[in-house]
Design a protein around this ligand. Structure first.
Ligand code: GLA
Length: 777
């Protein structure tokens, strides 16, 4: 709901309130963002200034306490006494000054409350009819520049979005060096912690916490994509906030390009947060009569700890960001050939891979890189997409028909934003690649980017990709982008606008290709999670979370992403062990349990598993499919670490799943406790540990504890047993109430080296376990 009374605005969601007011001087003052408070308390929540501090600059001679530096704002300016980080850096033309002036001071003119969100002309936005919007119209005090602050309330997901539009209403150009989507000044009641999700290729989304101390901390993307270095989503939390308890705020941006979030603690303890397009290498000349739209910022608040924030983000993304027929729909189990084949395959190899995957429960087969002419390694071929008939003698149509005949749908990889110099496209249109005139370009993965600012390039991609997608029943697309941007230049925009215009071009292309084909399940990818952001999720229903498929690394990556994004949006695959990037030897069960908390797939040749493992895999897949809604769309909670084990829980309709991952294996482990908060307190739940098989081969020398004879490790008998049997591991069954489970149930012992029986929980390095909880009728 959006209310306005006595110059105070109140935006309310189901569990939060956001208040601001217009001061007598016309500035928009931030009053409150947090739990519900009445509109009538608004004025009392203002930051107080009973007397001016030393060295203050007073805004106007009519007041000796109104100092812009001391108050909390929804937007601030430059040059009128607020010396904090400004949300807008503009050069505004001024007749008296040949090179314009930096000063800007925006004051309230009027507002308008509308039903629904307000779509943008140039960028994607969240959507949902039940939303409400208020547009605050501000004007620069002395020059013809207007600013709109746009707030949209998504009440049931406890999300408020914000963005700004700057309009040049004068007759000379205004230069924008920085324009944030939003800013707000918090008046914290406790010390705050700033949390970011940082990483690298194959090490995405590691959570980092730091105290908000005096000065500015910036979380920025500068590679042309939102980037795996720093995800655009960030958190602020009060001291002692945990996964389950405490007050915290979450912020994200619907944007896939260079982003910027700055948190500043000022000299008087106010905390300013702002977010938007990164000002690095950004300069936009706003012509007379033109407006500039900033990407939509997303904000949420919870007093229920980080899991409370995540619940809001997950519901918001699933309900108001993701589009197409796959919105809210369970994702198919897929088999992607990449890690099994890389560039080396023939149709026959793919079909036998697909057959085995089908047997193990896969529903969709995805042909990754390497299917077009010139693509036998990553040095050529990008741009053309002419099917390599040596590899696929029956073309894509033939392969697709054969896959469909096996009872699976068919999906395809492509990288339409890139081009190799060794391609017909590049030979025909060298000027379509991004490079600076008169300079040799720099390469990333041996490739250049196509200039998506050029309308002809966009039309080509839309037409070419569209033709491929319509050539046979393609049910899924993996759209990749494998390089950071360098040599930024397009003849179609001014230099400082390149990064932003590229992303606008990308959104244009994606919208034209995928909105008319809503049946396609679209997974975006950028060397894994290099573009895992809300902008991409306006087009793709899921994103390949990382090129790292190691299950233990994935606990960290998917765990990090889960603060901001729902599990249904994360591509998560089971791959080979030892793992090709970490050399870690992870049990099949752990690889399954990690992938199950996401859009699960196979990324390996199932033929490399033992007979016993394949049997287990089939059982796992049946379990996953029976409870897939809970895994992908259930209420997800991270429960932190106990005894070296990380616990994840997903609560579904009348059921729940809890997985525990052993990240740090210690001898004589203390008692483990399973705690599942959030169940119906009076409900009675049947709790069953899903027994899993433990490989016999590696444990051969330990078999002397249970076998009457001593067997040779690596010998024929052990190898044969290893192929066909696995040691059953820890059965556990209880029935108890949701309230008891919320408090925690002690579990059976882990293996401690003193013997073996069927109740012992066998974990070992990087082992895991899965509990299934079913509410009794
Ligand atoms: C990127 C992707 C991988 C795979 C390869 C193919 O690295 O992230 O999943 O598709 O490209 O070249």
């Amino acid at each position: 709901m959006i209310e306005f009374h006595d110059n105070v605005f109140r935006l309310t969601t189901d569990h939060t309130a956001y208040l601001f007011r217009v001061t007598p001087f016309g500035h928009v003052e931030h009053l409150h963002y947090g739990g519900p408070v009445p509109l009538s308390d608004g004025a009392a929540l203002a930051a107080k200034t009973a007397i001016a501090r030393g060295s203050s600059v007073m805004y106007d001679e009519s007041s000796d306490t109104y100092c812009l530096d001391d108050l909390a704002w929804e937007w601030s300016g430059v040059g009128k006494g607020d010396f904090r980080n400004p949300p807008a850096e503009l050069t505004i033309p001024n007749r008296a000054l040949p090179d314009g002036a930096f000063t800007n001071d925006f004051v309230y003119v009027s507002h308008e409350i509308l039903a629904g969100p307000l779509p943008m002309e140039t960028l994607p936005t969240a959507y949902g009819d039940e939303a409400e919007t208020v547009i605050l119209r501000l004007k620069e005090k002395a020059t013809p520049v207007a600013l709109e602050l746009i707030y949209t309330v998504y009440a049931h997901t406890d999300v408020i979005t914000r963005r700004a539009v700057l309009r040049n209403e004068g007759e000379a150009p205004v230069v924008i060096d920085k324009l944030m989507s939003y800013m707000l000044d918090m008046v914290p009641a406790a010390e705050l912690t700033f949390t970011t999700f940082d990483g690298a290729w194959i090490r995405e989304a590691r959570r980092h916490d730091r105290p908000v101390a005096s000065g500015i901390y910036v979380n920025e993307g500068s590679t042309g994509a939102s980037g795996h270095r720093h995800n655009p989503g960030v958190l602020l939390s009060e001291e002692h906030c945990s996964e389950e308890q405490g007050r915290c705020w979450g912020f994200n941006l619907l944007y896939s390009g260079n982003h910027y979030t700055a948190v500043e603690k000022s000299e008087n303890g106010l905390v300013r947060i702002m977010s938007g397009i990164s000002p690095r290498c950004f300069r936009y000349t706003l012509a007379p009569g033109v407006g500039f739209e900033t990407p939509e910022g997303v904000m949420t608040y919870s007093d229920g700890g980080f899991n409370g924030l995540s619940a809001h983000f997950h519901d918001f993304v699933n309900g108001h960001v993701i589009r197409g027929d796959w919105k809210g729909k369970e994702r198919p189990v897929l088999c992607n050939d990449w890690e099994a084949c890389f560039f080396s395959f023939r149709e026959r190899k793919l079909l036998s891979l697909a057959k085995r995957a089908k047997k193990a429960g896969a529903e969709l087969f995805v042909l990754d890189d390497g299917w077009f002419v010139g693509r036998n390694d990553d040095k050529g071929g990008l741009g053309d997409y002419t099917v390599d008939r040596k590899k696929l003698p029956h073309g894509l149509e033939g392969l697709c028909a054969r896959i469909n005949k096996l009872g699976m749908s068919f999906g395809l990889w492509m990288e339409p934003e890139s081009v190799n110099e060794n391609s017909d496209l590049y030979r025909a249109h060298p000027d379509w690649a991004v490079k600076l005139p008169g300079r040799k370009p720099s390469y990333g993965r041996n490739q250049l980017l196509l200039d998506l600012v050029n309308p002809a390039v966009r039309d080509y991609i839309v037409e070419n990709v569209g033709r491929i997608l319509d050539s046979c029943p393609i049910a899924y697309v993996k759209w990749d982008m494998n390089r950071h941007m360098s040599d930024m230049y397009s003849p179609f925009c001014e230099n400082g606008a390149f990064f932003h215009e590229y992303i606008k071009g990308l959104y244009d292309v994606l919208g034209r290709i995928f909105y008319p084909r809503p049946h396609i399940l679209f997974e975006s990818c950028s060397s894994g999670g290099n573009r895992f952001d809300l902008g991409m999720l306006c087009f793709s229903q899921q994103i390949w979370a990382s090129d790292d498929t190691d299950a233990i690394e994935r606990v960290k990556i998917q765990g990090g992403l889960s603060y901001l994004y729902p599990l249904s949006a994360m591509g998560a695959h089971i791959s080979e062990a030892p793992h090709q990037q970490t050399l870690r030897d992870t049990p099949l069960s752990t690889r399954f349990h990690t992938a199950a908390f996401g859009a699960l797939g196979w990324e390996m040749d199932i033929g490399t598993l033992t007979f016993a493992e394949r049997k287990e895999a089939k059982k796992d897949m049946d379990f996953y499919k029976a409870h897939r809604r809970t895994f992908q769309f259930g209420r997800f909670r991270r429960l932190g670490r106990q005894n070296g084990m990380e616990t994840w829980v997903a609560l579904g309709e009348g059921e729940a799943v809890a997985a525990r991952f052993l990240l740090d294996n210690e001898a004589a482990a203390p008692a483990d406790v399973l705690r599942v908060p959030g169940l119906a307190p009076q409900g009675r739940y049947r709790v069953e540990r899903q027994t899993k098989g433990v490989r016999v081969g590696p444990l051969a020398s330990l078999l002397k504890h249970v076998a009457p004879v001593s067997l040779k490790k690596g010998g024929f008998i052990i190898r044969t047993i290893d192929k066909f049997f696995m040691l059953p591991d820890g059965e556990e069954k209880y029935t108890l109430t949701g309230s008891a489970l919320g408090e925690g149930v002690p579990l059976n012992n882990r293996f401690v080296g003193t013997g073996y029986n069927k109740d012992i929980r066998m974990l070992g390095d990087f082992g895991s376990e899965l509990y299934y909880l079913k509410e009794e009728a």
